[in-house]
Design a protein. Structure first.
Length: 347
C-alpha cells in the first residue's frame, strides 16, 4: 500500500529496513514510546490514509443502544497495513481524533430531554464513555440532561440487590452522606448543607426552602457567612453557580460607587495599591513645602484642598482609579477627608 502523506523520519527509516533486509535490524522502542509516537503521528495526519474499522464488536450494549437512541456511532480504530506494522510498532489503535475530528461515541436523539431508557443505557455505557468520550447530538451533555441522568443513577443504585452485608453497610453510609436532591410536592426542601446554620435560620424565619433565603437575607435576617467554603455551599443551595455569583457581585458593585470604593480602593490600599497613597503623599509634601516657604516669604499661600483639586496629580489619580474628577469644592473636601481618614486608620 502506498502512503500518500510523508511519514516521520524514524518511521520512514524503519520502512526502508523492511524492504532492504540486508540492513541492521530495527531497535524496538519501549511500549509507552511506541504509543506516544503513534499518537503524535496521528495528530500530524500520518494515519489519515490508513484503513479504519468500527469497534462495534467490542461493545456489549451496541444493540440495546441503537434501540433507545435514534442513532449511535462508536469510534473507529485505525488498521496499520501489514508491511508497516513492524516499523510503526502497532497493528491497530483507537485514537482520540481521526482526520482532525473527535473520534468518540456519538449518541443521537430527537427527544429534547433524555428518556429513562436512554439514561439507563448511558449508565451501562459509563466505562466505555469514560475511555472514548461521548457527545449527544454532537454536543456535550447539557445541565438539564445531566440532572436527569444523575437522578436516574440514584434510582438504579437504590434498586441494586443481592449485595453482601458489608457492601450493604457501605451503600447505606454512602446514601446518608450523599442524599439525593429532592423537592417535596408543596415546594419545600431541606438544605443539604449541615452545620452551617441554614436549618436554624430557616426555622427562625419560617421558610420551607433554602432558595427563599434570597428574599429573607435582604428583607429580614442576614445569614452569617464565615468563609468561602461556607459561601460556596450556600450559593449551591440557592441554585447559583460560581460564575453567576461573580457576575452578580461585579454588576452590583459597579452600580454602587461608595460600596465599590471600599473594595477597589480602601481595602486594596492595604494590599499595596499606590494611586491614592501617591496623591496623599503629594498633598502632604506640598503642605510641608509651602509652610516652610511661608517663613521666608510671608505672602506664600499654603497648599490646600483647592490647589490639590486643580492639580495634575489629582487628574492622574482619577485616571488610574477610574473615578470621576470632582470639580465642586465642597464635594472634593468631603471626598479627600474620607481618604485621609482611610490612610490614618491603616497606619
Amino acid at each position: 500500500m502506498s502512503v500518500k502523506r510523508k511519514l516521520p523520519k524514524q518511521i520512514s527509516k524503519s520502512i526502508k529496513d523492511i524492504y532492504y533486509p540486508a540492513k541492521p535490524a530495527i531497535n524496538f522502542r519501549d511500549h509507552n514510546q511506541i504509543f506516544n509516537d503513534a499518537k503524535r503521528s496521528n495528530f500530524q495526519g500520518q494515519f489519515d490514509d490508513f484503513p479504519v474499522e468500527p469497534i462495534d464488536s467490542t461493545i456489549k450494549t451496541r444493540e440495546q443502544a441503537r434501540k433507545v437512541f435514534d442513532k449511535v456511532y462508536y469510534p473507529l480504530k485505525v488498521i496499520v497495513p501489514p508491511k508497516l506494522r513492524k516499523a510503526i510498532g502497532i497493528q491497530e489503535m483507537v485514537f482520540k481524533t481521526y482526520k482532525g475530528k473527535r473520534n468518540c461515541i456519538r449518541y443521537y436523539t430527537k427527544s429534547k430531554f433524555l428518556t429513562r431508557k436512554q439514561c439507563a443505557l448511558l449508565y451501562l455505557d459509563e466505562d466505555i464513555r469514560s475511555v472514548y468520550g461521548f457527545t449527544i447530538n454532537d454536543k456535550p451533555m447539557t445541565d438539564s440532561n445531566l440532572l436527569r441522568y444523575l437522578q436516574m443513577v440514584g434510582e438504579l443504585e437504590r434498586k441494586a440487590d443481592k449485595l453482601s452485608s458489608k457492601s450493604q453497610q457501605e451503600y447505606s453510609a454512602y446514601r446518608e452522606m450523599s442524599p439525593p436532591f429532592k423537592t417535596n410536592p408543596d415546594g419545600s426542601r431541606k438544605p443539604m448543607v449541615i452545620q452551617m446554620g441554614v436549618n436554624s435560620y430557616m426555622e427562625r424565619n419560617k421558610i420551607n426552602n433554602p432558595v427563599k433565603i434570597i428574599d429573607t437575607h435582604v428583607t429580614k435576617e442576614q445569614l452569617k457567612i464565615y468563609d468561602f467554603a461556607n459561601l460556596g455551599a450556600i450559593l449551591s443551595e440557592l441554585n447559583i453557580t460560581a460564575q453567576e455569583g461573580l457576575d452578580y457581585i461585579c454588576k452590583y458593585l459597579n452600580k454602587n460607587r461608595n460600596i465599590k470604593r471600599k473594595h477597589t480602593e480602601d481595602r486594596e490600599l492595604s494590599r499595596g495599591a499606590t494611586a491614592l497613597k501617591n496623591l496623599v503623599d503629594f498633598y502632604k509634601a506640598e503642605v510641608k513645602r509651602t509652610t516652610a516657604l511661608k517663613l521666608d516669604k510671608p505672602k506664600t499661600k499654603i497648599f490646600g484642598y483647592k490647589e490639590l483639586m486643580n492639580s495634575p496629580q489629582y487628574e492622574t489619580y482619577c485616571q488610574q482609579s477610574n473615578e470621576p474628577q470632582l470639580r465642586g469644592y465642597e464635594s472634593f473636601c468631603k471626598w479627600i477627608k474620607k481618604r485621609l481618614n482611610t490612610i490614618n486608620k491603616l497606619k
